[in-house]
Write a protein that binds this ligand. Structure first.
Ligand code: SF4
Length: 273
């Protein structure tokens, strides 16, 4: 099925981009921790199946119009879905929209978990674009990402992009307690990646105290090794100086902080799905 929209390129609240462009609604990957599903369902008046993906059928014409009307900047492709849905193999919508965006002064940040992006490496090679993969572990984690290509396959696709001269980034987000080890991921991938973006999992009730404990060592290691990285705001606020600011802590948060992190993850997964 398809939907129509009034605009495609919109101002983004994601701090490392200016705009986003979402060419599908829903996502077949259905990751258990998905923030986009959480937000979309909160603001959607009618219930819908997140895995029943709909393409934005007028995406190409909207992209052409929007880049004419907007001041050039960075476009995250996509922020509320994965641009390379399984149906992309037939629709070729991502490729058609990219053809428009790559012919513009905008800088495109593709973020995906799908291997289908490799189909378009010929198009995006040495252009105004970066290819980013979400990497949550060095191993596959089917419990959390049941329908997405596993981390190991994504890493292969990432290395292939780098070997073709494509600029690459890795989004380490969510940082899942006891599953995601940012330092190991960065150590293993740093020769194939131009920059790393690190986020947290606080949006699904993982306690700040977990990140407060983990961050100092990670930050000094990143600095020592001159790793090009961007720490998202919610993590920056967990750094020692900020953590001394007193904020009201709810009873629920106190009890969450006392739970082992793996138990939190499981509880989150059960509650949300
Ligand atoms: S790939 Fe991204 S948008 Fe799709 S379900 Fe997973 S987290 Fe959500």
């Amino acid at each position: 099925m398809a939907i129509r929209r009034k605009t495609l390129i919109r101002r983004s609240r994601v701090e490392w981009t200016d705009y986003n462009a979402n060419i599908y609604k829903g996502c077949a990957h259905n990751c258990k921790y998905c923030y986009a599903r959480l937000m979309t369902k909160r603001f959607e008046p009618n219930p819908f199946d997140w895995r029943d993906v709909k393409m934005v059928e007028n995406a190409v014409e909207l992209a052409r119009r929007d880049i004419r009307d907007l001041r050039p900047g960075r476009i995250m492709f996509c922020s509320m879905t994965d641009p390379y849905q399984p149906i992309e193999a037939e629709t070729r919508l991502a490729r058609k929209v990219l053809e428009v965006l790559l012919d513009s002064p905008f800088h495109v940040l593709i973020l995906t978990k799908s291997l289908l992006v490799t189909r378009d490496y010929d198009l995006i090679r040495r252009r105004n674009v970066e290819v980013g993969f979400t990497i949550t572990s060095l191993e596959d984690i089917p419990f959390w990402e049941p329908y997405a290509p596993g981390n190991t396959k994504r890493i292969e696709a990432l290395k292939k992009a780098h070997s073709m001269g494509i600029e690459t980034f890795v989004s380490i987000e969510p940082w899942i307690p006891e599953i995601t080890h940012p330092r190991s991921i960065i150590e293993k991938l740093k020769d194939s990646v131009d920059r790393f973006i690190i986020g947290s999992m606080q949006y699904c009730d993982v306690s700040r105290s977990f990140y407060i404990r983990q961050l100092p060592d990670l930050i000094s290691w990143l600095k020592e090794n001159k790793i090009n990285h961007y720490l998202k705001k919610e993590l920056k606020s967990c750094l020692p100086r900020s953590s001394q600011v007193l904020v009201p802590v709810s009873r629920e948060l106190i009890s969450l902080a006392q739970e082992p992190s793996w138990a939190l993850c499981l509880r989150y997964a059960r509650n949300k799905h």
